[in-house]
Design a binder for this molecule. Structure first.
Ligand SMILES: NC(=O)c1ccc[n+]([C@@H]2O[C@H](COP(=O)([O-])OP(=O)(O)OC[C@H]3O[C@@H](n4cnc5c(N)ncnc54)[C@H](O)[C@@H]3O)[C@@H](O)[C@H]2O)c1
Length: 345
């Protein structure tokens, strides 16, 4: 039984981490801390755990063996490192951290402590992406030549536990990055994972086109990002992240290979559609992807508990996810400098 502490009891903790730990036979929700003391108290009471008055107090509890880090982006590294130093295994939400130096420090600390560090890249576990990877490895559409992948919705201001235009997601100090790191990291990471290739070069533009803060001014982070990615296997395509797709979420990926086309989450009925070079159509009808409005089990928590308990490698291991973060940071630099940037891996 893995005793769990949860740092940050906002939306992602309440809709995924906490209920998925509660449903997992191998885990026990032991303690909670959120900087909002009332929220800590309510969640601790609801799940029969202990309410701590600081992260340090929770981390000093020797009973706690694993920690979920579910706080605003800027505090991921600080809390993950503190948890590893306290001898806990860590499941940290995405984006892994807000600078490459922070990501590297987290990995170094996990290594030093001999503890696991997994990142909540749930798109790797989505049924369609698991199947797509399998089909690609079997050569179903040949060699991928081009692609387009998109993650867009109407923005995080209706999602956060404290909704509205004052949300931390819009604040550069706490979010650091906008749609690119909120949604772009998902598709960048998923693409690397299903292709089994790295992003080696990026040409990107990150813009703030529509979102305004409570003061009526444009927010300090990007609300749209479009990246042209080149991969280690020679594929070339676009990755779009947007907080201004009002009305309906877009989670689609289309891969164009030498032997056909694969459309993933691009049709409300068929999860994957493969179209062969001759035009034959095959549908794979699997579980729908979880959206902001339709939460299904992410599988991330089960993966963390099992990987730690069985001491086995995980697809969510930070050592691989950092390579996706490098593509994100390179894209930000490309946009700032107005030129293609090589991803230093
Ligand atoms: N994997 C996914 O698909 C996914 C989806 C949504 C959010 N997230 C990530 O989860 C993290 C949390 O996002 P959210 O949607 O739950 O936001 P939220 O605004 O709903 O909740 C954040 C919570 O963290 C608390 N908090 C902030 N800083 C803290 C600190 N230093 N110490 C303790 N508590 C602190 C806040 O009081 C709040 O309760 C973010 O990094 C976000 O990117 C991941």
């Amino acid at each position: 039984m893995l005793n769990i502490g949860v740092l940050g009891c906002g939306k992602i903790a309440q809709v995924r981490h906490i209920p998925e730990y509660a449903a997992n036979q191998g885990a026990k929700l032991t303690g909670f801390f959120d900087m909002d003391a009332q929220r800590t108290g309510e969640i601790a009471a609801k799940y029969n755990g202990k309410a701590y008055s600081s992260a340090q107090e929770l981390l000093a509890d020797p009973d706690i063996e694993g920690v979920s880090v579910c706080v605003a982006n800027h505090a991921h590294a600080e809390l993950a490192i503190a948890a590893l130093q306290a001898g806990k295994h860590v499941l940290c939400e995405k984006p892994m951290a807000v600078t490459l130096a922070e990501c590297e420090a987290m990995l170094a600390e996990a290594d030093k402590a001999g503890k696991r560090l997994l990142i909540g890249q749930n798109q790797r576990l989505a049924k369609a992406h698991v199947k797509a990877k399998e089909l690609l490895e079997a050569g179903e559409i040949g060699k991928v030549v081009t692609f387009r992948t998109t993650f867009g919705h109407g923005g995080p201001e209706t999602w956060s536990i404290t909704p509205g235009n004052n949300t931390w997601f819009f604040d550069k100090k706490r979010a650091a990055m906008g749609a690119m790191a909120d949604l772009g990291i998902h598709k960048t990471d998923m693409l690397r994972y299903i292709l089994g290739q790295d992003i080696v070069r990026t040409t990107a533009r990150l813009l703030t086109l529509d979102k305004r803060g409570a003061d009526g001014q444009f927010i300090g982070v990007d609300d749209n990002a479009i990246c042209i990615y080149e991969t280690s296997g020679g594929a070339f395509g676009t990755m779009t992240a947007s907080w201004t797709h009002y009305g309906m979420e877009d989670n689609s990926t289309i891969l164009y290979g030498t032997q056909g086309i694969m459309r993933i989450y691009d049709d409300p009925v068929h999860t994957i559609t493969v179209i062969s070079q001759k035009g034959e159509v095959t549908h794979y009808d699997l579980e729908k992807i979880q959206t902001n409005d339709d939460q299904t089990a992410s599988g991330v928590i089960d993966e963390f508990v099992e990987a730690v308990s069985q001491n086995r490698p995980s697809v969510l291991d930070a050592g691989d996810v950092i390579r996706s973060m490098k593509a994100v940071f390179a894209s930000i630099r490309s946009s700032e400098e107005g030129r293609p940037v090589e991803v230093e891996l």
